[in-house]
Write a protein that binds this ligand. Structure first.
Ligand SMILES: NC(=O)c1ccc[n+]([C@@H]2O[C@H](COP(=O)([O-])OP(=O)(O)OC[C@H]3O[C@@H](n4cnc5c(N)ncnc54)[C@H](OP(=O)(O)O)[C@@H]3O)[C@@H](O)[C@H]2O)c1
Length: 323
């Protein structure tokens, strides 16, 4: 038996219960992973609240790192004792150990600690697919990036700096502005006292930006559209403040804007591509261009508290749960 978080109904953080669960042996194509760190992601709150559908009761979480304890028949490229991480697959990462499809496990290189890797799997891979696949950046661009001091945000700041991109990042407080800047964000806009689109125009000589990466959603939609150049790209990659509903006519009015709502699952297959994405991310980390450590740590049993902090915008950077 291991400890795991499960929930029986959707709702506030209080629905998360710590329970004893049976893990069992891995079947064909599977591996059992003993977690060392579990990563908290904003998407976990969407599943908990029911914004994203899930059959209940269920475990929660899709992002963790650990050591392979056992492998099932047919697993050839993952071995017992391997250090691995993952970011896709069935919900249930909030647990001390679990059985996973071996095909989603990513071997961790020497030189990247479990603690660092726990901040990278979902968040670093998201920065990879946003900046290298959804709207590829080559250096020299000026971008608007919302929630720049968040979990994905702090990695994005460093990745943008490594690429030679001028990043305008939004944050809610001066403290978060300092953190984003220390991680490479070129300019910050403090949303509690500054007008986003107006500041973007000032910072770009009135031109606006070619691309906005907007994970905040509902609250920032209009500011994002008003910050773009004609024919600019709005990458709507999250809905931390609520779902985005757009009348297509608005996209025409705001300058023939291209809108995409990307999901990781469509950018990570096949496995060889996922491993290439991870290699690019790890190369930045091993070269010191991206440095990432959890800024908040909670015990697995305190997952509800961690959710409260994330939803109340009290966190900066990555948050991990220790099993
Ligand atoms: N599409 C994908 O494949 C994909 C993959 C990974 C993550 N995401 C999305 O990327 C975003 C970032 O994820 P994360 O796990 O790294 O979270 P996070 O950025 O650490 O946390 C969310 C941040 O959003 C900002 N925010 C603005 N309005 C908010 C509101 N009403 N409620 C809560 N937060 C608000 C807050 O920063 P300030 O206080 O500075 O405003 C908060 O810290 C999420 O929207 C997530 O769903 C998408």
């Amino acid at each position: 038996m291991v400890k795991a978080i499960r929930f029986y109904e959707t709702g506030g953080p209080e629905v998360l219960k710590l329970e004893d669960v049976e893990v069992g042996d891995p079947g064909p194509g599977q591996a059992r992973v003993r977690h060392t760190y579990i990563a908290l992601n904003f998407i976990d709150t969407y599943f908990r609240t029911g914004r994203y559908a899930l059959d209940l009761p269920s475990g929660l979480g899709s992002d963790a790192v650990g050591v392979v304890e056992a492998v099932g028949p047919g697993v050839t490229d993952i071995r017992v004792g391997d250090r691995v991480g993952y970011l896709i697959g069935p919900q249930g990462a909030y647990s001390q150990a679990r059985v996973m499809p071996a095909a989603v496990l990513i071997p961790l290189p020497d030189g990247v600690s479990d603690r660092t890797a726990a901040t990278l799997m979902m968040k670093g891979m998201t920065a990879q697919y946003l900046f290298r696949q959804v709207y590829p950046l080559h250096g020299g661009e000026t971008i608007l990036y919302h929630a720049a001091a968040g979990g994905v945000g702090l990695i994005a700041c460093q990745w943008a700096r490594a690429l030679g991109v001028t990043m305008i990042g939004t944050v809610s407080t001066d403290e978060k502005a300092k953190i984003a800047k220390a991680n490479g964000c070129t300019h910050t806009i403090v949303t509690s006292r500054e007008n986003i689109a107006q500041r973007v125009r000032e910072l770009t000589d009135g031109k606006g930006v070619k691309v906005v990466y907007d994970s905040v959603g509902k609250d920032t939609l209009m500011a994002s559209l008003d910050s773009l150049q004609p024919r600019g790209r709005l990458v709507s990659n999250g809905t931390s403040s609520g779902t985005v509903v757009v009348d297509s006519q608005l996209l025409a009015q705001k300058g023939s804007i291209w809108l995409t709502r990307p999901a990781m699952v469509h950018y990570i297959h096949p496995r060889s591509h996922m491993l290439d994405m991870a290699r690019e991310l790890f190369d930045h980390v091993l070269a010191g261009r991206i440095k990432s450590e959890p800024r908040q740590t909670f015990a697995l049993a305190d997952a509800a508290q961690a959710h409260r902090a994330l939803e109340a915008r009290q966190t900066a950077g990555a948050t991990v749960l220790v099993p």
